[in-house]
Design a protein around this ligand. Structure first.
Ligand SMILES: Cc1cc2nc3c(=O)[nH]c(=O)nc-3n(C[C@H](O)[C@H](O)[C@H](O)COP(=O)(O)OP(=O)(O)OC[C@H]3O[C@@H](n4cnc5c(N)ncnc54)[C@H](O)[C@@H]3O)c2cc1C
Length: 396
C-alpha cells in the first residue's frame, strides 16, 4: 500500500487529494494492460484514458467545455484555466506506480500537445480537443542524430515556399513515432544562427513526405522511431508561435514536463518501496523476516528518505508554477535530476533485497529497473540539469 501521507502537505488543495484517490482507483481497476505489443497497448491506453476523462489533465484547452465527473480540475470541469501542474504530477506519479506504459501514454499526450496548448492559435488548438479526448495521439519531435543534448544545433530545415513551408531532415528518438497522429516538429527557419533560428510546427502524420524510417527498440519498450521529412509541405498557419521562437517554445514546454518526469520517477520509486517492504516482511531468512535484519532496515530507511526528498522537490516545483511563477527552470531541473537519480538508487536497492527474484525477467522490480533508466537521459540528461542548476545559482 503506497504511502499517501504526502497528500496532506500544504502544496495540495483538496481537489488534488480527490484526484489522487480517483486516479488510483481507476488504475487499480484498469491496469496493467497487456504491454507485449506496445503500439496496440498505447493506442488502447490513450483511448481509455481519454474516454474516462483523465487526458483532460494532460494539457489545457481554454475553449474546452467541462467534463462532468472528472475530479480535480477547477469547477469539476476539466477544461478552462491554467495547466494544473500539481494535478499533472499526481497523475503521472500514480500511473507510473501502476504501469510505466500507462504513464508514458498519458505523458506523451501532454508533451506532444504542450506547445500548442501554450502557444497555439485557435485553429491549432482544435488538435487539443482530439488529444485530450484520446482520439488523436501526439508526439514531440525535437531530437536529431547530431543534436540531442545540444538542442540549438538542430539541422532540420523549414523553408518558406509561397504560403507554405517545406520540411526537410530527420528526427530521431521520437516517442510515439509510428503511432502518432500529430507531430510537433522543431526545424530551422534561419532568422538567426543557433537557438534564434528555430521554429515550431504542428504537423499531421498523414502529410506527404513524412516517413517512419526506423522503429527503435529500447530496454523498457514503448513506441519510438526515427522519422524523415522529404519536402513535406505544411501551410504557414502550421507554425506555432512566431518565426524564430521554436527554441523558446521547446524550453517552455520542457520546463513544465521536466517536473512531471520527476513525478513519474517518484511513482516508480514508490512502487519499488512497496514491493520491498512487502517482500521483507514476508520472506523468512535466519529464522526471521528479512525486515528484522538491520542492514535491510537501513536500506528501507534510505529508500523512504530518498522518496520523501524527491517528492518535496517535485511538488515544490509544481506548486511554484501553479502559484504563478513565470518560469520554474531551476526548480524543474532540481526536481528532475534528484527524483530520477534517487529513484534509480531506490529501485536498485529493491532489486538487491529481492535477491535472485529481483533480476528474474518479467518481475515487477526487474521491470522498474529497466523503466527508470531512460528518465535520467531524456528531456535533458542529468548532467544537463546540473548545468541548468549551476547557471541559475551562479547567475549571469
Ligand atoms: C526512451 C527515450 C525517449 C525519447 N523521446 C524523445 C521524444 O519524444 N522527443 C525527442 O525530441 N527526443 C526524445 N528522446 C531523445 C532525448 O531527449 C535525447 O536522447 C537526450 O536529449 C540526449 O541526447 P543524445 O541521446 O543525443 O545524447 P548526447 O547529447 O550525445 O549526450 C550523451 C551523454 O553525454 C552527457 N552530456 C551531454 N551533454 C553534456 C554536457 N553539456 N555536459 C556534461 N555531460 C553531457 C550526458 O551524460 C548524456 O547522456 C528520447 C530519448 C530516449 C532515450
Amino acid at each position: 500500500m503506497a504511502d499517501k501521507s504526502f497528500l496532506a502537505w500544504p502544496f495540495f488543495d483538496d481537489r488534488h487529494r480527490v484526484l489522487a484517490a480517483a486516479i488510483d482507483d481507476w488504475c487499480a481497476a484498469h491496469l496493467p494492460v497487456d504491454g507485449r505489443d506496445v503500439d496496440t497497448a498505447c493506442r488502447e491506453l490513450v483511448a481509455k484514458l481519454g474516454r474516462d476523462g483523465w487526458l483532460m489533465h494532460s494539457a489545457v484547452d481554454p475553449e474546452a467545455p467541462g467534463v462532468p465527473g472528472v475530479p480535480g480540475v477547477p469547477g469539476g470541469a476539466g477544461g478552462a484555466g491554467a495547466l494544473d501542474l500539481r494535478a499533472l504530477c499526481l497523475m503521472r506519479e500514480t500511473l507510473a506506480r501502476h504501469q510505466g506504459l500507462a504513464d508514458f501514454a498519458f505523458a506523451m499526450q501532454g508533451l506532444g500537445a504542450g506547445a500548442i496548448s501554450l502557444f497555439g492559435t485557435a485553429a491549432q488548438r482544435q488538435w487539443l480537443k482530439r488529444t485530450r479526448a484520446g482520439l488523436a495521439i501526439a508526439a514531440f519531435a525535437l531530437t536529431e542524430q547530431k543534436s540531442g543534448s545540444d538542442v540549438a544545433g538542430i539541422d532540420m530545415t523549414a523553408a518558406r515556399d509561397g504560403t507554405d513551408y517545406l520540411l526537410n531532415g530527420e528526427k530521431t528518438w521520437i516517442s510515439n513515432g509510428g503511432i502518432a497522429d500529430l507531430y510537433v516538429v522543431f526545424a530551422r527557419t534561419g532568422e538567426a544562427p543557433g537557438a534564434g533560428g528555430i521554429s515550431a510546427f504542428a504537423v499531421p502524420a498523414e502529410i506527404a513526405g513524412l516517413a517512419i524510417v526506423e522503429r527503435i527498440a529500447v530496454m523498457a519498450p514503448h513506441p519510438l522511431a526515427r522519422i524523415r521529412f522529404d519536402n513535406a509541405r505544411v501551410p504557414a498557419a502550421a507554425m506555432i508561435g512566431r518565426p524564430g521562437e521554436g527554441f523558446k517554445i521547446a524550453m517552455a514546454t520542457l520546463d513544465l514536463f521536466r517536473t512531471t518526469v520527476g513525478a513519474a520517477a517518484l511513482g516508480f520509486a514508490r512502487r519499488a518501496l512497496d514491493e520491498t517492504t512487502a517482500r521483507a516482511r514476508r520472506r523468512q531468512r535466519f529464522g526471521a523476516p528479512l525486515a528484522d535484519l538491520q542492514m535491510v532496515q537501513a536500506a528501507v530507511a534510505e529508500m523512504a528518505l530518498d522518496i520523501d526528498a524527491a517528492a518535496l522537490l517535485v511538488y515544490r516545483a509544481a506548486w511554484s508554477k501553479d502559484m504563478g511563477a513565470a518560469r520554474i527552470t531551476r526548480e524543474a531541473a532540481m526536481a528532475k535530476l534528484f527524483a530520477t537519480e534517487r529513484a534509480q538508487r531506490v529501485i536498485d536497492k529493491a532489486v538487491q533485497i529481492h535477491g535472485g527474484d529481483g533480476v528474474r525477467a518479467g518481475g515487477i522490480v526487474e521491470s522498474l529497473y529497466r523503466e527508470i533508466r531512460a528518465l535520467r537521459i531524456y528531456e535533458g540528461a542529468s548532467e544537463v540539469q546540473k548545468i541548468v542548476i549551476a547557471r541559475q545559482t551562479l547567475g549571469g
